[in-house]
Unconditional design. Sequence first.
Length: 279
Amino acid sequence: MISVILVQHNRGDLTCACIDSLLRFRPTGYEIIVIDNASTDGSGEMVRRRFESVQCIQQANNIGFGAANNAGARAAGGDLLFFLNNDTFALSDPLTPLGEYMQAHPGCGAAGIALRNPDGSPQSSLGRWPLIRTEWLMKRGRGLYDPAEYASVDWLTGAALCVRREVFESVGGFDEGFFMYFEDVDLCRRIADAGSARHFIPSIEMVHVGGASQSAGLRPAMQLAYRRAQRRYYAQHASPLQQQLLRLYLGLKAAGGIVFGSCERRSTALGILRLLKEK
């Protein structure tokens, strides 16, 4: 069975639309679990009213994306855990072919699917392990995989990520030290270290509304959250040289923001400098 796990913090309308899009194709052998991360707009109640068969678990506080997904995994009964952003929409049944693929590829510990922007353009949903060079290339649309390499990739986005329960539990699930950002890359890295493959399945597609944004387009608080998570990932998985290069890059970027940026950009830059002083 596939356990679909959705995390929401407000915007229950998106969650309901996502669930509707899945149910439209009448899949079999699945369950849907929604983790409501302390919504303030009644989103949890909205989901419970609309879908009696959906298990909606209410959190008293916003515990973060990874921690909420871990809570969903603990409540799940499936042998496959499909972590899905609540702002995704199915174009066709993704659950049946996803289950069939995982059954046919027992060495695959985690699988991702193709995501598209609302206008139909492709959205980046996989990548190389983060290093200064690979991050720079990927942000410029370079360094991505050739389709012939899809059977074995480094990381897959957590916006639509299927993980075998046994693999997920063996690596300890999501690292809850990542509040948001990089938790999916970190999970894939630990899955790789445990010897399980990560596959990308381009034939299964969904629309993802919010996933096209990069850190430069985020609100200041989200930019700082992104950089904090980036530093945590590098501290855990990158070489000392890569860690120093990241510090240098962020320091130069912050300096440029202070000297040449707008008031908002200067505020963000000062926040990054304070972040660099943290251990």
